[in-house]
Design a protein around this ligand. Structure first.
Ligand code: HEM
Ligand SMILES: *[C@@H]1O[C@H](CO)[C@@H](O)[C@H](O)[C@H]1NC(C)=O
Length: 320
């Protein structure tokens, strides 16, 4: 009898413990009964947007990164400024650079029609990032779900240090990622996101004019559309690698050939501790792909709001 009640006690303790875990952790089947079409709706809208404009896949991947590195993956990056609170959109790393907000709005309104108030904006960002990589020919991974949306955003936290600037050296890049719980290898892996998308002249100017670890012919060709004078051609765009419409390992091949676009990119292959990993990825795209999937899952787990924290926004740009 004593044994019996003790086992009932430990059973219920275990049950409560599991409930606690369930509310603190994400799970890939989170919407399987509450919104079974959620994933196919997001995939459909991402495919449409990327078919219309290839670069949008890159923009959606970056949106998830910039969300997660500033106070966790909570869709704070999507909140518009209000009279009382300046959000993250105009902070230096994002202003006139981060894009894709309209695609998230489209996805959100489709989801609200299908299952109102159920799918968070933070989860939309995580799934859209994965679907973008798949659509552009890259790898896939299973996205843990159940993030909830922040009710606040922070201009200062997006402005200061959380998002690494392209001026960083290898040490600074590793340290920026260490602060988020990643090691140097995971930093290199995630930097492989620069296999897709475009970069503005302002972001490459210091590298192409001041650094000597760049292929001279490549530098000359970039200088044609990116003049040395600040204010001249600042917003002109350049592909982030030689095959920037496709998610592949060309970014790493380019680094080996001293054809990185930004200072921070070429730092990954500059005679330091990360050279061997860049070499490996340049020869083994399967290795890059599988590491990238794991690192993206880890990035998506950065401080999510779960359980009763935060809310499920109706409109990703505004708190409810
Ligand atoms: C390692 C440190 C990183 C630095 C210093 C960095 C910096 C930048 C900068 C400055 C731009 C171009 C902004 C512009 O000129 O408008 C950019 C673009 C981009 N970044 Fe990063 N980034 C880093 C890591 C990442 C990570 C981890 C990802 C995703 C996994 C990522 C994905 C992208 C993508 C896809 C673009 C192109 C976006 C588009 O075409 O709209 N970056 N990054
Ligand atoms: C963002 O960019 C606009 C130019 O498009 C500029 O007027 C504004 O001052 C910038 N915001 C911040 C906070 O720097």
């Amino acid at each position: 009898m004593a044994f019996f009640s003790a086992s009932i006690l430990s059973f219920s303790t275990l049950f409560l413990f599991m409930l606690g875990i369930a509310s603190a952790q994400l799970s890939s089947n989170f919407y399987s009964s509450s919104c079974p079409k959620a994933l196919s709706i997001i995939r459909g809208a991402v495919n449409t947007a990327v078919s219309k404009e290839n670069r949008m896949g890159a923009s959606l991947l970056r949106l998830h990164f910039h969300d997660c590195f500033v106070n966790g993956c909570d869709a704070s990056v999507l909140l518009d400024d209000t009279a009382n609170s300046k959000g993250e959109k105009t902070a230096a790393p994002n202003n006139n650079s981060l894009r894709g907000y309209e695609v998230i709005d489209t996805i959100k309104s489709q989801l609200e029609r299908q299952c109102p108030g159920v799918v968070s904006c933070a989860d939309i960002l995580a799934v859209a990032a994965r679907d973008s990589v798949v659509k552009l020919g890259g790898t896939t991974w299973t996205v843990p779900l159940g993030r909830r949306d922040a009710t606040t955003a922070s201009f200062n936290d997006a402005q200061n240090n959380n998002l690494p600037p392209p001026s960083l050296d290898l040490r600074g890049l590793i340290s920026a990622f260490n602060k988020k719980g990643f090691n140097g290898q995971e930093m290199v892996t995630l930097s492989g996101g620069h296999t897709i998308g475009q970069v503005q002249c302002t972001s490459i100017r210091p590298h192409i004019y001041n650094d000597n670890n760049i292929d001279p012919n490549f530098a000359t060709s970039l200088k044609k559309n990116c003049p040395s004078t600040v204010g001249d051609g600042d917003t002109n765009l350049f592909p982030l690698d030689q095959t920037a419409r496709v998610f592949d390992n060309t970014y790493f091949k380019d680094l080996v050939n001293k054809k990185g676009l930004m200072h921070s990119d070429q730092q990954l292959f500059n005679g330091g501790s990360t050279d061997s990993q860049v070499n490996t990825y340049s020869r083994n795209s399967a290795k890059f792909f599988s590491d990238f999937g794991s690192a993206m899952i880890k990035m998506g787990n950065l401080s999510p709001l779960t359980g009763s924290k935060g809310e499920i926004r109706t409109n990703c740009r505004k708190t409810n």
